[in-house]
Design a protein around this ligand. Structure first.
Ligand SMILES: C[S@@+](CC[C@H](N)C(=O)[O-])C[C@H]1O[C@@H](n2cnc3c(N)ncnc32)[C@H](O)[C@@H]1O
Length: 273
């Protein structure tokens, strides 16, 4: 059986969303810019030539991860989510949600801005890695091996799917294993690219096939790839021409090839343009 899903990436600021024919979403996922600025590569070997600090600084030293990091407008982001998530339904168990990946230090800011835009409830998620990007001075201090996100919703608990393929329900913990995607499965296109397997897990929990997922800061298009493989419609925005072009050329969901959903249904992309 073939299932057609929308999978659209726009080269634009998400703030210009009114220009595009976008379906309202059950879930908005974004990894918002970290606003780390010129310390983005601190403690990362890429700060130095060939990752070797005796060889001096590389061109990445004192640079941002990407243009625009350091200048992200979180209020406009919350406004976008409020406009583009489906309205709060009357029934229980169908409400929309958003997931904001952010640094540990940004969690309280994200929650506070969410409240200003009607997202009164939230809970944090923790992701555990078995590796650390912070290798410099690794023998002198505890290194970071976690990532964070906040799930925000307006009032009613979001749609929640915790049934396995045998029909059994399982508790879902607030921590997840963070496994890197294999380079043979997906291209590595962005310095802060999220694992597609993890994005799929989150999308499966909060949406059903046929629902819509939006990533307003799409980077490599990883969220759109995850949504595509699960038969969800998806839209993304990416302001950088470099990342937009890489994603469109290399992320498989934008090629004419389809994908197999769990259960065997083939998904194919329908283009709006
Ligand atoms: C943290 S990265 C996202 C990485 C992405 N989650 C991935 O897995 O590849 C944030 C991205 O948002 C983009 N961005 C920043 N401000 C934006 C805006 N106003 N509209 C659209 N994209 C934006 C940046 O260019 C950057 O690529």
């Amino acid at each position: 059986m073939k299932k057609k899903v929308i999978c659209e990436l726009y080269h634009d600021n998400f703030q210009n969303f009114k220009r595009y024919p976008i379906k309202k979403a059950q879930l908005v996922i974004a990894d918002i810019p970290y606003n780390i600025g010129v310390d983005a590569y601190a403690s990362n070997p890429q700060w130095y030539q060939d990752g070797d600090n005796s060889k001096g600084e590389s061109k990445l030293a004192k640079s941002n991860f990407f243009a625009g990091d350091g200048d992200f407008r979180i209020a406009e982001y919350m406004h976008f989510c409020n406009k583009l998530l489906i309205k709060e339904p009357k029934e229980k168990g169908k409400a929309p949600a958003m997931i904001v990946f952010c640094s540990f230090q940004q969690i309280q800011t994200v929650i506070a801005y969410g409240k200003k835009y009607g997202f009164m409830k939230s809970f944090p998620l923790v992701f555990c890695k078995n590796y650390s990007p912070s290798v410099l001075k690794a023998n002198m201090k505890i290194v970071c091996a976690t990532e964070y996100a906040v799930v925000l919703y307006r009032d009613k608990l979001p749609k929640f799917r915790n049934t396995d393929i045998f029909g059994d329900r399982h508790m879902i913990f607030d921590w997840f294993e963070w496994r890197r995607d294999s380079k043979k499965d997906y291209p590595k296109l962005h310095p802060t690219q999220k694992p597609i397997s993890l994005l799929k897990r989150l999308i499966e929990i909060f949406t059903d096939p046929g629902d819509t997922v939006i990533d307003p800061c799409a980077g490599s298009g990883s969220t759109l790839q995850a949504a595509f493989e699960l038969g969800r419609n998806s839209y993304g925005f990416e302001v950088s021409r470099e990342f937009y072009t890489l994603a469109k050329e290399k992320m498989p969901c934008f090629s004419s090839k389809g994908a197999r959903m769990p259960g065997g249904t083939e998904v194919v992309q329908i283009s709006l343009f």
